[in-house]
Design a protein around this ligand. Structure first.
Ligand code: OOB
Length: 556
């Protein structure tokens, strides 16, 4: 079977799920099976096994509803039959864009049960991203809410359908208008005699990449690799059926979906609670009500929750393990979260592409504050290389290259990205600049230093945006900061510090005097200071530097 993607739609090749999917090489696949990581289970077996073991335990909960494992399992069967009746076949891709809710989980498992492959869109994605996902994946259907957070998804659906004829079905949760009401799928009366068989070494779902440059790429995760991620992550986080997990980030993101997230929780029979409102007020009340023990947060949200502990009447005291990740966190912020929110804070450095590193329950405080954890699997292979691709000395900085039992071998249907993103022996070039500590108490743990491309070319100098941000974050008047390049006639690029102040802003001169005192190098000082009420964020809540530059460059 050829794995090269032939963009020749007339031949209908792109309907085939396997076309454009880069599988694991046979030898490594065999190794992962021998090691017991890959078990040949389909992804939705996580639910059926939980239903067999604990039928009456609440599986999923949201503000409106709650379903036991047995109810959710039965619903997955019913919804799968509804999808098949509509004409969605095994292997078909379906864009799934529901907000955090029980309906999200029902649709997700219904698609898996039907053998269909959900494309995990986030509620913040719009026509540009959805159109791109539809085009690449050749999706046949789209599942959206009617309206959410003031946005009408049906209008977007109408535009998408007009531009993508392959998109044959739009299913709407709520007022469906001309489209198929989700209620008719959930309420479908037939059942499937048997779920269509799936090949567990083929994609179970497509995740979207988290980069802040260009459109997201599609990442095919197989049944084998994603079951392994969920099971192993839940184990490493010491989850049991006494835990309860809160989905506070968009549920379709790898982090709250499977690291351990909803799926990992189910592997141990723990309950998953969904909220579409992660504000401290709402989240703390839910944490208290459902005795939530585990959740995953991006840095800005974790910091906000930690601060809110000062004024919220109800505190999240049941939390035992709060994973924080998605972007670089300064040791100051890590300590702040650890002290104010929970001593059970854990740093996680993960990617939709696969590889996960995280600090473990019980790790020493020094490791939790100063590192982003260690690899999840004994079979994760990490290499740190310089700009020539040569391995650096142990403990030195360089680009992280990774390979392993749950890391992709190629983006889905993107030969161009694949040519630059993988080494000849199949390592994924993460673009992350890291060091792996070689000795001492942090040995084997990873520190993410920044993105290799997150640099500013000022005059003849290359300035690391992350280094400058680290300095800025130590200033007591600064709540959040991002350093970006703006075009400059003389310097090529000048350094702009976009800063959210805690109260009264300071001036550029005052900021530079502070950087002087800290001994920051003279060529790495901001040329421009842009005070902002907040920094723009991506769909999952990371600082969006592309949007920031666009905002700073547009005339006021
Ligand atoms: C998670 O996944 P993505 O796919 O949205 O983003 C991956 C990228 C990484 O390559 C890295 O550049 C950055 O996000 N990142 C971090 C980080 N965690 C992720 N950079 C510095 N420090 C960290 N702790 O973001 C993701 C997926 C699963 C679990 C957690 C996060």
């Amino acid at each position: 079977m050829s794995t090269a993607f032939l963009p020749d739609r007339d031949k209908g090749l792109s309907r085939d799920l396997a076309v454009g999917f880069v599988p694991f090489p046979a030898e490594r696949a065999e190794e992962y099976r021998r090691a017991g990581y890959w078990t040949g289970r389909r992804l939705d077996s996580i639910l059926s096994e939980a239903a067999a073991a604990r039928p009456d335990k609440p599986a999923i909960v949201d503000a409106q509803s709650s379903y036991t494992f047995a109810e959710l399992d039965a619903l997955a069967d019913r919804v799968a039959a509804g999808f098949v009746d509509l004409g969605i076949a095994a292997g078909d891709r379906v864009l799934l864009q529901l907000p955090n809710s029980c309906q999200f989980a029902i649709a997700f498992f219904g698609l898996l049960r039907a053998g269909a492959v959900p494309v995990m869109c986030l509620p913040g994605h719009r026509t540009a991203e959805l159109g791109h996902f539809a085009q690449i994946s050749d999706a046949v259907a789209l599942i959206v809410p009617d309206k959410a957070a003031g946005f009408d998804y049906r209008e977007m659906a109408t535009q998408l359908v007009a531009g993508h004829p392959a998109l044959r079905h739009v299913i709407v949760d709520g007022e469906a208008g001309p489209y198929v009401p989700w209620s008719s799928i959930v309420g479908f009366s037939g059942t499937l005699a048997e779920p269509p068989p799936v090949n567990t070494s083929l994609p179970a779902l497509l995740l979207v990449s988290g980069g802040t440059t260009g459109l997201p790429k599609l990442i095919a995760r197989t049944h084998d690799d994603y079951v392994y991620t969920s099971v192993a992550c839940a184990q490493a986080c010491e989850m049991t059926d006494r835990d309860a997990y809160l989905v506070a980030l968009p549920a379709g993101h790898n982090f709250p979906l499977g690291c351990p997230g909803m799926l990992g929780s189910m592997t141990v029979g723990a309950t998953t609670v969904f909220t579409a409102d992660p504000s401290p007020e709402n989240a703390f009340a839910l944490i208290d009500k459902y005795r939530i023990t585990v959740t995953g947060l991006v840095n800005a949200l974790a910091k906000l929750w930690a601060q809110a502990c000062e004024w919220e009447p109800v505190l999240p005291t049941s939390l035992r393990f709060v994973q924080v990740g998605g972007s670089r966190m300064s040791p100051e912020d890590a300590r702040f979260i650890l002290e104010r929110l929970t001593p059970g804070m854990s740093q996680i450095f993960g990617m939709a592409e696969g590889m996960l590193n995280f600090t473990r329950p019980g790790d020493p405080e020094d490791v939790v504050v100063h590192t982003q954890g260690r690899p999840m699997s004994p079979h994760d292979e990490m290499r740190v290389v310089d700009e020539n691709g040569d391995e650096v000395a142990p403990g030195e900085e360089g680009e992280l290259l990774v390979r392993g039992p749950y890391t992709l071998n190629g983006y889905y249907r993107d030969d161009e990205a694949n040519a630059r993103s993988f080494s000849p022996d199949g390592f994924y070039r993460s673009g992350d600049r890291v060091r792996i500590f070689a000795d001492g108490p942090r040995a084997g743990y990873v520190e993410v230093v920044g993105r290799i491309k997150d640099v500013i070319h000022r005059g003849g100098e290359t300035v690391s945006a992350t280094d400058l941000e680290d300095h800025l974050h130590t200033h007591p008047a600064i709540y959040a900061a991002a350093a970006v390049a703006l075009p400059d006639e003389y310097l090529g690029e000048k350094i702009c510090a976009a800063v959210v102040f805690r109260g009264k802003p300071i001036s550029l001169a005052e900021l530079n005097a502070f950087l002087d005192d800290r001994g920051a190098s003279t060529h790495a000082r901001p040329d421009v200071l842009a005070p902002l009420p907040s920094l723009p964020t991506t769909a999952v809540g990371k600082v969006d530097k592309k949007a920031l530059v666009a905002r700073l460059s547009s005339p006021q």
